[in-house]
Design a protein around this ligand. Structure first.
Ligand code: HEC
Length: 126
């Protein structure tokens, strides 16, 4: 049986269009720079923080040995963003300071990233 090429191509284009529409809808109204910033924070977190805090904020075996708090917990999310940014910048006990490695904007983005680790459904401050 011969394939109707025009039908095939139209079908293909339709499927791609649907995929794009779904992807855009899933992303919501965010600008491309926001997406870039978010992707960057994921990378920054994975590179600098996940060794102790784990990619999902729960804490690795190494992290637990140095008493990392669960970044998904209510206790963490009850803290203000300024307080969390402060700890990231200046460090605390076994938490190393990152203030010399990244600027305050980058630290702020990490705080926003951590705000997404709310597996417990707790109330979160801004
Ligand atoms: C060497 C392991 C280690 C690394 C790497 C690390 N942390 Fe931590 N982090 C800790 C420990 C330990 C604490 C708990 C400090 C304390 O209160 O005694 C902590 C605490 C924190 C807190 C405060 C939570 C609270 O409620 O007080 C935040 C926020 C945080 N880390 C974010 C980060 C981010 C972001 C990075 C990467 C840029 C990072 N950490 C890298 C070990 C680490």
């Amino acid at each position: 049986m011969m394939m109707d090429l025009r039908k095939f191509v139209a079908n293909r284009i339709f499927k791609i269009a649907v995929c794009w529409a779904l992807a855009l809808a899933a992303m919501g109204p965010v600008s491309s720079s926001q997406i870039a910033a978010k992707t960057e924070s994921v990378d920054t977190f994975k590179r600098n923080c996940a060794v102790c805090h784990a990619a999902d904020g729960s804490g690795t075996t190494l992290g637990n040995r140095v008493h990392v708090p669960d970044l998904r917990s209510k206790e963490v999310h009850e803290k203000t963003s300024a307080a969390l940014a402060q700890i990231i910048s200046t460090g605390k006990n076994a938490m190393p300071p990152f203030g010399t490695k990244m600027d305050s904007e980058e630290v702020q983005r990490l705080v926003e990233y951590i705000r997404q680790f709310h597996g417990d459904g707790a109330d979160h401050q801004k």
